[in-house]
Design a protein around this ligand. Structure first.
Ligand code: ZN
Length: 296
């Protein structure tokens, strides 16, 4: 989200609420200084069912489709661990992905942006302490990805953490010219490569989930052939009380889901134990995209 816009809204006495990487805008008028006065939650975003997303206008962001009923939670024992023969990787399908293949109890927890630099090391320390596998779709413009690179690099090198391309500065790619679209992805690609020594291709997540055939073609021209959407959101691209984050995790941490969260505000970092409890209580195994898909 646009941080300047967010704080401008606060100054104006209103809270701009964005969910799931800003799929929906909603205005509320209480202050946001206490848990009791935070705005109510919005339904998490569900993924598009077709490879192409209609281009939205900046003034009429799309409303999320109705949330599907929570899926029954199967118990799978034993859970295949990444790298084990039991976890069979599949060929990466063409086009958009928004869920994981197969029937295993796998969860892809993806974390975007990085607006608040202090959130990033807390995610890293949580991952290191628990073995949780995470895919970060980062914007290299946020300083935390540089400040804490040394802390994160070992997890990236081991494969426990995967890095995906979320553009350099969170641009709405559908509003940019062709050259700018490529530049946004290429600059972030170069940052990831130079800072972490890995190749983020072919995975990119278009900011706000906004992409179209032109953007997909341009992204593919430099190797980003797989837009990664999501099937469930922690809805924490904006400020949430911690309990709401847990509620959304309870709703969306389910087998086969790619869930989107954000490294933008501190509350999520205060409920990591509860989120882990949901994962383990359901017999879920966290995976990166590289754990389950064979890259082309
Ligand atoms: Zn984002």
């Amino acid at each position: 989200m646009d941080r300047r816009l967010f704080f401008a809204a606060l100054v104006g006495g209103a809270a701009l609420v964005l969910t799931g990487c800003a799929q929906r805008l909603r205005w509320n008028f209480p202050t946001v200084t206490t848990a009791a006065t935070l705005p109510p939650s919005s339904p998490p975003v569900t993924p598009t069912s077709t490879p192409l997303t209609p281009e939205p206008s900046s003034s009429t962001l799309p409303s999320p489709t109705p949330s599907p009923a929570p899926l029954p939670i199967p118990t799978v024992d034993p859970v295949p661990l990444p790298g084990s023969p039991q976890l069979v990787k599949v060929a990466l399908p063409a086009g958009v992905i928004s869920k994981l293949p197969g029937r295993g109890a796998l969860l892809a927890w993806t974390v975007d942006d990085g607006i608040n630099a202090e959130v990033i090391p807390r995610y890293i320390e949580f991952a290191a302490a628990t073995g949780t596998r995470i895919t970060f779709f980062l914007n290299g413009t946020h300083s935390g990805w540089t400040t804490y690179a040394a802390l994160l690099r070992p997890l990236v090198a081991s494969g426990q953490v995967q890095l995906g391309n979320h553009t350099w500065d969170h641009a709405n790619l559908t509003k940019l010219g062709d050259g700018q679209v490529v530049m946004e992805l290429q600059r972030n690609h170069d940052f990831i490569s130079n800072t972490y020594g890995v190749d983020a291709r072919p995975y990119y997540r278009p900011p706000y989930g906004f992409h179209n055939a032109r953007v997909d073609r341009l992204a593919a021209s430099i190797g980003y052939t797989t837009p990664v959407m999501w099937f469930g959101s922690l809805s924490d691209s904006a400020l949430r009380v911690p309990g709401k984050v847990v509620t959304f995790a309870d709703q969306w941490f389910l087998p086969g889901h790619i869930v989107i969260g954000h490294a933008n505000f501190l509350p999520v970092t205060t409920v990591f134990p509860q989120l882990s409890e949901i994962i383990h209580g359901r017999g879920l195994q966290t995976v990166t995209l590289n754990d389950v898909f064979i890259r082309p």
